[in-house]
Design a protein around this ligand. Structure first.
Ligand code: ZN
Ligand code: MN
Length: 495
């Protein structure tokens, strides 16, 4: 096990720099250079052809939909779009790609010079985007043996179905000026990308499925030095939690090495879910790949008209949308922070408001009673068996005076138990507030008769004593009464 320095000691002595390279698998129907299907779950080596198997004489053709997706992503990341760019061959030994080169982009990425504003714990961080480029995925190796790991496998199998699936790589600039929050900022960036890919509809962006994979570069420099330290690159980290944990681990490991006077070795590292990184290969330099322009593909030259037409298809940026909704809903900063701090709450409240509820009531239900129930059952808010339309219906029953808040909680219970929509539950369980004046009056009379001393005090002008009688009436009506109306009746009866 590596020696680790406490994170606060790391921050006392060093400035961390992080840089993230994120691969996104696009959700196009066909592969990057051929018409083979990208549908998941097929038998091994059934979605292949001479192009994606790299057979002699085959020629690649660019997937137009993939180019469109990458341009939209670049625009959403505030990048410039190249007027003209080429593909390059990246030469390597790829056991999972028969060509032994990957078609990628080298010095001419399609999108470049972008930025993302991230808000983490009330502070805004600007993440510079160096480039977004197109490339292809490799096939998949399946290692035989008990552990499925390469070093104790007696054989390995290869499935080329994934070879040639469109990939996009988003590369950040090193992010400066971070302290102990560096891992949390990296995590927030990944969460932002995931949200953005889904909003654009260009990728399923499921990290656990490998649609979105992060290579995290981390280095430490002695405090106050502008020159970056030697970095390590932890490959293929595939959950938000792991991104945060892997960066924290590398900061602590490198901190211990540098504090002992030794040097950090430039290398790739592997993340283990048990919570540590281990060395991989020592990192090649870009020159080692012998990049050269891909001679089998024509350059890509997106017209400005096309780029502008694609810009018009962009969804509202997440940060702008949050600001717009806060203004429309008239939520305070504190209220909005609560909403954003609960996963899924923003979407649910938005949909509940769209279904007719007031923003305040939508927030009250989702962050109150429903959040409490989700918490209790360990479920996510949007996994509850009640949706925005039903919450809006519930609130309309409250607004109409059909049920009160207490009965509404009973209705929620029934909806969650699968008894149907709120109005149907109120009907079936007979939960409506009793609106019948004679029934209420009878209950009021009974309460007065049972509490003569209280009634006497109210008659003497001590109006606040009415609370005790209201409670008695509500109890007798099993909560099915409008408290304001009961109060009115009591005061009218007792002068
Ligand atoms: Zn193919
Ligand atoms: Mn790549």
């Amino acid at each position: 096990m590596d020696d680790l320095l406490d994170l606060d000691q790391v921050i006392e002595r060093f400035d961390p720099a992080i840089g993230l390279e994120v691969h996104v698998e696009l959700n196009t129907a066909s592969k990057m250079w051929c018409g083979c299907s990208t549908a998941p779950g097929a038998d091994p080596n059934t979605q292949v052809c001479p192009v994606c198997l790299g057979l002699p004489g085959s020629l690649p053709v660019v997937n137009g939909k993939a180019v469109e997706s990458v341009i939209r992503i670049g625009l959403a990341l505030n990048c410039d779009v190249a007027e003209w760019c080429r593909f390059s061959r990246k030469n390597y030994f790829y056991p999972d790609m028969t060509k032994d080169y990957q078609i990628s982009q080298y010095d001419e990425p399609i999108c470049f010079d972008g930025s993302v504003d991230l808000e983490v714990d009330g502070r805004t961080y600007v993440i510079g985007i160096e480039r977004v480029h197109m490339e292809e995925d490799a096939g998949k190796l399946v290692h035989g043996g008990a552990t499925g790991r390469i070093h104790d496998a007696d054989h390995s199998l290869v499935d080329y179905n994934r070879a040639g699936v469109p990939l996009m790589e988003i590369v950040t600039r090193p992010v400066p000026g971070l302290g102990a929050e560096a891992p949390a900022v990296a995590r927030a960036y990944m969460a932002h990308l995931r949200e953005l890919m889904r909003a654009l509809g260009v990728s399923d962006a499921r990290m656990e499925q490998g649609n979105l994979r992060c290579d995290a570069n981390i280095s430490l420099a002695p405090k106050g030095r502008t020159e970056l330290g030697t970095r390590t690159e932890t490959k293929n980290v595939n959950s938000l939690r792991s991104v945060e944990a892997a960066i924290t681990y590398e900061m602590r490991r490198q901190g211990a090495i540098l504090s002992s006077g030794a040097r950090v070795k430039q290398e790739t590292r592997h993340w283990h879910e048990e919570g540590y990184t281990s060395p991989g290969r020592s990192k090649e330099q870009a020159e080692d790949y012998r990049y050269f322009p891909e001679p089998d593909l024509v350059p890509v030259a997106p017209s400005r008209e096309w780029v502008e037409a694609l810009r018009a298809t962009l969804p509202e940026p997440p940060a702008g949308r949050r600001a717009r909704l806060q203004a429309e809903w008239r939520f305070t900063d504190l209220e909005m922070r609560d909403v954003l701090g609960t996963e899924g709450a923003l979407e649910l409240i938005d949909a509940t408001v769209a279904a007719g509820a007031s923003p305040a009531s939508a927030r009250k239900w989702w962050l109150g009673e429903l959040a409490r129930r989700a918490n209790e059952s360990g479920a996510a808010l949007d996994d509850l068996a009640i949706g925005p339309r039903q919450v809006a219906e519930l609130q309309s029953l409250v607004d109409a005076g059909t049920i009160n808040d207490k009965l509404a909680r009973e209705v929620i219970e029934a909806v969650l138990a699968g008894e149907g929509d709120p109005a149907a539950v109120v009907e079936a369980r007979g939960l409506a507030v009793v609106d019948d004046d004679s029934a209420l009056s009878a209950a009021v009379e009974e309460a007065i008769a049972a509490n003569p001393d209280v009634a006497e005090r109210i008659r003497a002008g001590r109006v606040q004593a009415a609370g005790a009688l209201i409670g008695a009436v509500m109890k007798q009506m099993h909560g099915r009464a409008d408290a304001a109306k009961v109060r009115e009746l009591i005061l009218a009866r007792l002068g």
